[in-house]
Ligand binder design. Structure first.
Ligand code: SME
Length: 159
């Protein structure tokens, strides 16, 4: 049984504990779907104010939904479309305070107001994106971005 209790008072500690839990969850497991599924569940359990947490995978140059927590979501997203597609096309983190002000945002859940999308890249190739949505405007700050980049680095080695 895994029983991670991650509830730190400050974000630096929260993300350090989260990274350490993720490292141990994916250690020695080569199956990418299993690792994405456990990562989505761990993030969902550990970070407050999320309404979606999960992955879109690069399947032949198109994003296809992967393991996630939250409401059923859009299945396929072309590179360059929406926040996830922008992250996939540019390999740059997209941290969006107000998704309604983002040209081309794809609304999978009307409750979403802010979004953080982190590309997972190995040897210059996009493997997947980690996508977090929140009903709170400007839910994600620079510390969330840095913490999730670290999680993406761990996942790049595990997917
Ligand atoms: N809002 C995303 C689509 C994926 S859902 O948020 C799960 C986008 O604009 O790419």
């Amino acid at each position: 049984m895994y029983d991670f209790k991650i509830a730190a008072a400050d974000k630096a500690t929260l993300y350090r504990d989260l990274a350490s839990a993720l490292e141990s969850l994916v250690a020695d497991e080569p199956d990418a779907i299993a690792n994405m599924a456990n990562a989505a569940a761990l993030i969902w359990e550990s970070l407050p104010d999320l309404n979606w947490a999960g992955f879109y995978r690069n399947v032949g140059g198109e994003l296809v939904v992967g393991p996630f927590q939250g409401r059923p979501a859009c299945i396929r997203i072309p590179f360059g479309q929406g926040v996830c597609g922008a992250a996939a096309a540019t390999l740059q983190v997209q941290r969006i305070d107000d998704v309604h002000a983002f040209e081309g945002h794809i609304a999978c859940d009307a409750a979403s107001n802010s979004e953080l999308v982190v590309p997972i890249v190995e040897d210059g190739q996009l493997i997947a994106v980690l996508d977090l949505d929140s009903p709170k405007v400007a839910r994600f700050d620079a510390e969330d971005e840095a913490g999730c980049v670290k999680l993406a680095e761990i996942l790049a080695r595990a997917l």
